[in-house]
Design a protein around this ligand. Structure first.
Ligand code: CUA
Length: 187
């Protein structure tokens, strides 16, 4: 009798231990699933403003064909600036934008990662092939800014830069208003 009670108690303990072992195994398994899922998810997509684009077709069709690069005024008065960052230049080489205007920069790369930075402002982004980097800003006053690539992109990196020319809204309309896609390259 005493012996079978002992055996019964042993069985209960064993079952209880197995139950807890299953619980621990399930928690560890769940942690692994979460790690693997988030790892794959972040590999597949960067964490902000995810806008994929086919980097091999930029020059052939779509919003970043050469004729569509530069500054385009929108019906709501904002200006959209489309820029290609490539080894080792920006297109257009000189970007002109009106002051006191909502500016939307849309930048992408056909080759490697570049940097997009307008000195003296908070405009600062990486440009990753396969994605569109979008940066919104507003320039309070007219002036010239340098726009260097600030992400090492191979041997020509230090020679990769452009200019951003901010002009008064009236001057912009007068000088560049007739261009569907304005730029100051060559001026
Ligand atoms: Cu492009 Cu450094």
């Amino acid at each position: 009798m005493a012996e079978s009670a002992e055996a019964a108690t042993g069985g209960t303990i064993e079952r209880s231990e197995m139950r807890w072992a299953y619980v621990v195994a399930a928690v560890v398994g769940l942690v692994f699933v979460v790690i693997i899922y988030t790892g794959l998810h972040w590999v597949a997509a960067p964490p902000s403003n995810v806008e994929p684009i086919d980097a091999s077709l930029l020059h052939l069709s779509g919003e970043f064909v050469e004729a569509n690069l530069g500054t385009a005024l929108q019906p709501d008065g904002a200006a959209v600036v489309r820029v290609i960052a490539q080894q080792y230049s920006f297109v257009p080489q000189c970007i002109v934008v009106p002051a006191d205007t909502q500016i939307v920069f849309r930048v992408t790369s056909p080759d490697v990662v570049h940097g997009f930075l307008v000195t003296g402002t908070n405009v600062n982004s990486m440009v990753v092939p396969g994605y569109v980097s979008e940066v919104r800003t507003r320039f309070d006053q007219a002036g010239d800014h340098l726009m260097p690539c600030h992400e090492y992109c191979s041997v020509g990196h230090e020679g990769m830069w452009a200019r951003v020319k901010v002009v008064d809204r009236l001057e912009f309309d007068r000088t560049y208003g007739s261009q569907a896609r304005a730029s100051c390259a060559g001026k």
